[in-house]
Every structure is written in structure tokens, then in C-alpha cells.
Design a protein around this ligand. Structure first.
Ligand code: PMT
Length: 432
């Protein structure tokens, strides 16, 4: 297969948002120009988008841009309300299926948290009924994002059910590198689609999902790790959330943010990941191990940086590292599982894909192994796509090259079927 042309199928259907009315709020941030792209993408998915700008946002992007993209009036000033019997801000807020504020500045977040309604956007926000999903996508300088006031305001909003599309790390407008960059447009649009196309298939079911790469320290500055980006696990978490599950996502190092709405536990080492998994081992309905967990860790962690001797010759052998086996998380959790609980593992293989997957299915007490041949272009580590074969005790199902989100969807279809079958069997057995 050619490695330079990889088609990533869109996971959102072209009409995914047909009939959905979205109130898009834009606040004053240099990232406001990206709101036009978000608006355009939502409109392409057939959403009926109504835009409200803060006066400062209107200085970054013009009203006509949003009016042309949405074919709806764009509001800025509270006194812009047309002279009619309807109260526009109440009408807009109450008729929206979802409210999105992107970008959400530190100031907007503070005003929203404290119920200040001093312009058209914040007045719409305070008039939004409690059951309407409210998503905010923050964008600001790192110091502002990490300021205790912002941290407290975001926390307060989360406790009220506001969903935060986490800002990304990168080069900010102030030329500093840090966290605070508006999440990718695709991530924000996907969060909206997920929220508005939720199903109840896994309603009330608790999923525990591991993702990303563990890091095993050698000394205070070095560690052993692998190339997992966390994309596969994050895609599964997002899809499980969309289908109504409660998701605990345990991650090592990742290069993508977690999806909006998960309970996120961050760890470093295999041992810490095992500890976090065991804390949730009693409660889960489905455990999915998508993380690339270190099989070996240094036997000894040096307390000071391992130095090379000053007079070392280039051809002289370096230090020898002794490694110890880590405990297998999936096998440990699998050995404890109750009949209604399902265990799903991955197998990252470079040879004998199916035979190795079958071996792992048994040794890890798993119900399903998702095997990926990580030598194939477009599969495995740190790419947007994957090629997998699902291996169960009595079946094998191979999928073509798909986006990781689409792979996640197929895995969850399989899990839904297995879970229904399992619960029916338990019910039948207990009624005999
Ligand atoms: O994160 P991405 O960049 O999107 O890449 C995705 C992926 C390639 C990491 C993912 O698709 C994948 O294959 N994850 C499992 C990687 C791996 O560690 O495979 P394994 O064959 O070594 O392990 C088998 C299973 O046991 C896995 O479910 C793993 O999470 C689990 N395991 C392994 C070792 C260990 N100590 N504890 C474990 O639980």
C-alpha cells in the first residue's frame, strides 16, 4: 500500500446536523477568525447556525462573514434586538438545541461563571435553559489559562454541566508556546456532532479505557517509552460517550487532548496505570486497553542523571541497563472480571497477527482483541487511521483502512452485541 495517499473517511455524515439549531457565540480573541471556519463546517453539516458576537469579537471578524455563512441575522449589541414582540435573546437561547462558545476568552468564561449578562452574548447565555448542552472552547495565553481565577471559573462551569473542549498546546498569538490554543476546528465540530447525535445504547454503563504511552524513568531526565499518540483510545472514548456511556479515561503520555466529557486520569508509568485501573476494576461494564503499556521497566531508577565519564572514548561500551517485567494490566483486570464485565484488549503486532491475537485473548482473559499490524502504512501508532482485525473466541472480523473514529465505532458495535448477548445469558441462567 502507498504510504503517501491515506484517505481519512469523515466520521460525521453530511447531514448529521440537519434540523439542529445551534447558537454560536464568539468572544474577543485573536482565534475569533477560526469561528468562521467552525460556522462554515456546522452549516455544511446542515445545522441552522445563529451567531452572536461580543463587541470585541466583532472587531476581530466582521458580521457580514457570519451572516453570509449562516444566512441568518448576526447579533452583537443588546440594543440590536429588532422591534418585534419577540425578545430575541430569550428566543435564540430557548430555541437552540446546543450552544457553543468558540473561542471563549478568559473574560467571557469569568462572566459566564458569575452570571454577568452585560452584552448580547452573555445575556443569551444566561437565558439558556439548563437542559440545553453548552460547550465552550477556550482560547487564551497560557498564563491566563492557568490563572487561579480562570481555573476556578472553568471548574465552576464544569460542575454546572458546561462541557469544555480542551485548548491545545502550541504556538500562541503572543509567540509563546504553551496550552491555550483554540482546539482544532475539526475537534470542536466533532464535539458538537457527538453531543447532538448521542444515542442511549450504553446509557449508564461505565467504560474504563486506557490510552497513550507509559513512560518508565531511567533517571530524573530520561525514560523508556513508545510511539503511541493516544488517538485510538481517545477515539474509542469519544464514541463511547456519544453512545451514552460514562467514561473514565486513564492515559499515559498523549499528543491529543482527551474528549470533552470524560473523567480523565493522567499517569506516567505502567505501575501507576495498573493502580488507576484497579481502582475502577469493580465498577466497569467494559474495560478497553488501547494504551501501549511498557512490558519492561528499568530495574533501578538512578536518583541523579546518569553521566558519561568525562574521558569516555567514542568506541567504549555504554552502561548496561537491566530491565524488569511490568505487571500486565489487562491480564490482572481480566483475571478479576465478573461474568457481566467485558474486557477488550489491543494487540500491536509486527508478525503473526491473528495467532498472536488469539494467544493474547486467552492469556489476558479478554472477550475481544483488536489486532493491528503496526508495520502496515496507515495502521497503528501515531497516525489518524488504522487497519484492524477483531478477534473473538469464535470469530475474526477484518476491517479496511478507516479513520480511528470509524474503527472505534465498529469496535463499539461489536461490544454492544457482545454485551447484549452476555446480559441475556446471565438473565436466562438466573431465571432457571
Ligand atoms: O495511540 P495511537 O498512536 O493511536 O496508536 C494506537 C495503538 C497502536 C497504540 C493501539 O491501536 C494499540 O495497539 N494499543 C496496544 C499496544 C500494545 O501495547 O499492544 P501489546 O500487544 O503490547 O499489548 C496487548 C494488550 O495488553 C494491550 O491491550 C495493552 O494495553 C495491554 N497491556 C500490555 C502490557 C502491559 N503491561 N499491560 C497491559 O495491559
Amino acid at each position: 500500500m502507498s504510504s503517501d495517499i491515506v484517505r481519512v473517511p469523515q466520521s460525521a455524515q453530511p447531514t448529521a446536523l440537519a434540523g439542529k439549531r445551534i447558537l454560536l457565540g464568539v468572544s474577543g480573541s485573536i482565534a475569533a477568525y477560526k469561528a468562521a471556519d467552525i460556522c462554515s463546517q456546522l452549516a455544511k453539516l446542515e445545522a441552522d447556525v445563529h451567531v452572536v458576537l461580543t463587541p470585541r469579537a466583532a472587531r476581530f471578524v466582521g458580521v457580514p462573514t457570519f451572516a453570509a455563512l449562516t444566512r441568518n441575522p448576526v447579533l452583537v449589541d443588546l440594543f440590536d434586538e429588532p422591534q418585534s414582540r419577540r425578545i430575541v435573546h430569550v428566543d435564540l437561547a430557548q430555541s437552540a438545541h446546543l450552544v457553543l462558545v468558540a473561542p471563549a476568552s478568559a473574560n467571557l468564561i469569568a462572566r459566564l461563571a458569575h452570571g454577568i449578562a452585560d452584552d448580547m452574548l452573555t445575556t443569551c447565555l444566561i437565558a439558556t435553559p439548563r437542559g440545553t448542552p453548552l460547550l465552550i472552547a477556550p482560547a487564551m495565553n497560557t498564563i491566563m489559562w492557568e490563572h487561579p481565577a480562570t481555573v476556578a471559573n472553568v471548574q465552576l462551569l464544569r460542575t454546572r454541566g458546561v462541557r469544555v473542549v480542551e485548548p491545545a498546546e502550541g504556538l500562541l498569538a503572543c509567540q509563546e508556546v504553551g496550552v491555550g490554543k483554540l482546539a482544532e476546528v475539526e475537534t470542536i465540530v466533532q464535539a458538537v456532532v457527538d453531543q447532538l447525535t448521542r444515542t442511549r445504547e450504553f446509557d449508564g454503563d461505565e467504560f474504563v479505557i486506557t490510552a497513550g504511552a507509559t513512560r518508565e524513568p531511567l533517571d530524573p531526565v530520561r525514560f523508556l517509552t513508545n510511539r503511541s499518540s493516544g488517538r485510538m483510545g481517545v477515539a474509542i472514548a469519544a464514541e463511547a460517550l456519544r453512545r451514552g456511556a460514562t467514561v473514565t479515561l486513564i492515559t499515559g503520555h498523549m499528543s491529543v487532548p482527551p474528549p470533552t466529557g470524560v473523567d480523565w486520569i493522567q499517569v506516567e508509568t505502567a505501575e501507576e496505570m495498573l493502580g488507576a485501573a484497579l481502582e475502577h476494576a469493580q465498577r466497569f461494564a467494559v474495560f478497553i486497553g488501547a494504551a501501549a503499556v511498557a512490558d519492561f521497566a528499568p530495574e533501578r531508577i538512578a536518583t541523579a542523571k546518569i553521566k558519561k565519564p568525562v574521558d569516555v572514548k567514542n568506541d567504549e561500551a555504554g552502561p548496561v541497563l537491566r530491565l524488569r517485567r511490568t505487571q500486565d494490566i489487562l491480564a490482572t483486570v481480566g483475571a478479576m472480571k465478573r461474568p457481566a464485565q467485558l474486557i477488550v484488549g489491543f494487540a500491536a503486532e509486527t508478525e503473526d497477527l491473528i495467532a498472536n491475537a488469539r494467544r493474547k485473548l486467552q492469556s489476558k482473559h479478554a472477550d475481544l482483541i483488536v489486532a493491528n499490524d503496526v508495520t502496515q502504512a496507515g495502521a497503528g501508532f501515531d497516525v489518524e487511521t488504522n487497519i484492524v482485525t477483531m478477534v473473538g473466541s469464535d470469530f475474526e472480523r477484518s476491517l479496511p483502512l478507516l479513520s480511528k473514529r470509524e474503527v472505534a465505532s465498529r469496535i463499539l458495535d461489536e461490544i454492544a452485541e457482545m454485551r447484549t448477548g452476555r446480559l441475556n445469558t446471565i438473565r436466562e441462567e438466573s431465571s432457571q
